[in-house]
Design a protein around this ligand. Structure first.
Ligand SMILES: Cc1cc2nc3c(=O)[nH]c(=O)nc-3n(C[C@H](O)[C@H](O)[C@H](O)COP(=O)(O)OP(=O)(O)OC[C@H]3O[C@@H](n4cnc5c(N)ncnc54)[C@H](O)[C@@H]3O)c2cc1C
Length: 385
């Protein structure tokens, strides 16, 4: 059967996949986007998906260049406070003190996705289908679709998330392990205003974050080894547990949206490419959410891959050639691995239990807070500048 042909086919209509489609389209590539959902995501507002992301300034700049930074992007957060046992021994970041307009934005998943889809005029959309086969043939790659059709491209981009079927079909192995934590997420009302500050406490059972929302509520991400027990609590019991765990940082907890628990794992693809195929976003790497970096890393992958595609066009190389894809791998693999390892080390450091260790960790955070030579680079790393 003859197959329609494109420069690039992207599989996966999440934020990373749609950002990749938009970035490549805007630069004149002929792009098709395949997603298993039959329709585009619903308009924001329904809170069907309570996920929010801490978007670093570097990611915001990239989305801006795509014309896809939302008109109403949520809360620009100015401060961050991190502690473990004693809030007096905290590490604090402050945008004004670092001469930054903000540390980042807390943006809802559906707001970001909607802004991207709204710009996606000219892409060919293949919706409601998954990919059954991947084959490399002369001059490109050929995908078999679940509806029986085929589609071919010079380059296929796998943006189909952590359980990527393209990664499996291409035989790319992964390294990784599940965490003992599950992340409980919900939007909560708090007694005191958040003052555009993100709070994170490292508890023995796992880190608890309060991310400020524009409507005055906070979005919580509680990565906990006690998720089953915490999820079984009625709202009032959960609110009490949250209040205790947060050491009253925002006062009592009021109304909350239904809680969801998400299993967490670390995953890293051994290779970011195979002939005719590149992996981006969670298809290539999955990181614990305690540092809010997963999506930021995925958007940085897209930016790097765009650079490689533009360079290939300028030098007359084929998009899916080993040389072009190796350049992409070099640009991203080490940087992502470094972040995965750092976050995994933090997970382990704060998970260790021994008498007196809480004091040592608290003093460590307070020390970092006072030493500009450590705090400055840490902040630049955290906000991606
Ligand atoms: C609790 C939590 C909090 C987080 N907080 C942050 C944060 O603050 N900041 C941050 O940067 N990151 C954060 N992350 C990480 C972030 O959620 C992910 O890194 C990001 O969503 C990955 O996007 P993606 O587009 O690569 O994958 P996904 O969002 O998983 O999208 C994959 C897409 O592929 C489609 N698909 C899947 N399989 C197929 C198939 N076979 N065929 C066709 N289509 C397919 C799906 O329908 C979906 O549209 C957090 C994660 C968690 C769990």
């Amino acid at each position: 059967m003859s197959a329609r042909s494109h420069d690039i086919v992207i599989v996966g209509g999440g934020i990373v996949g749609v950002a990749a489609a938009l970035a490549l389209l805007r630069n004149g590539f002929d792009v098709a986007l395949v997603d298993r959902a039959a329709t585009r995501p619903p308009a924001p507002g329904a809170e069907v998906d309570a996920r929010v992301y801490a978007i670093a300034p570097g990611s915001r700049r990239f989305l801006d260049t795509l014309g896809a930074w939302p008109g109403d992007p949520g809360c620009a957060y100015q401060g961050m406070q991190v502690w473990n046992a004693d809030p007096a021994l905290s590490l604090r970041f402050d945008a004004a003190a670092a001469a930054l307009p903000e540390l980042g934005h807390i943006v809802a998943h559906d707001v970001l996705l909607d802004a991207l889809w709204n710009r996606l005029g000219a892409a060919r959309l293949v919706q409601g289908e998954t990919v059954d086969s991947f084959a490399v043939e002369a001059g490109g790659a050929r995908l078999g679709l679940s509806g029986g059709g085929h589609i071919r491209a010079d380059l296929v981009i796998a943006a189909d998330g952590a359980a990527s079927s393209l990664r499996r079909l291409a035989g790319i192995e992964t390294l990784g392990w599940p965490y003992a934590h599950q992340a409980i997420v919900s939007h909560v009302q708090t007694e005191r205003p958040h003052r555009a500050t993100a709070y994170q406490r490292f508890l023995p059972e796992g880190p608890l974050a309060f991310l400020p929302l524009a409507d005055g509520r906070s979005s919580i991400v509680w990565s906990t080894a006690r998720a089953g027990e915490r999820m079984a609590l009625p709202d009032a019991g959960f609110a009490k547990a949250l209040h205790q765990a947060s050491q009253d940082c925002l006062g009592l907890i009021g109304e909350m949206t239904p809680r969801k628990a998400v299993p967490l794992r670390l995953l890293h693809a051994r290779d970011y490419h195979a002939p005719g195929l590149a992996l981006v976003g969670d298809a290539a790497h999955v990181v614990h959410p305690l540092a809010g970096q997963g999506l930021n890393l995925g958007l940085a992958d897209v930016e790097a891959l765009l650079g490689c595609a533009l360079e290939a066009r300028r030098t007359g190389r084929k998009l899916g050639s080993a040389r072009v894809l190796a350049r992409y791998g070099r640009a991203r693999k080490l940087a992502n691995l470094e972040m995965l390892a750092t976050v995994d080390a933090l997970y382990r450091l704060f998970g260790l239990q021994a008498p007196g260790l809480d004091n040592v960790r608290g003093l460590g955070l307070a020390l970092v807070d006072r030493v500009a030579a450590i705090k400055g680079p840490l902040l630049r790393r955290a906000v991606g500048i």
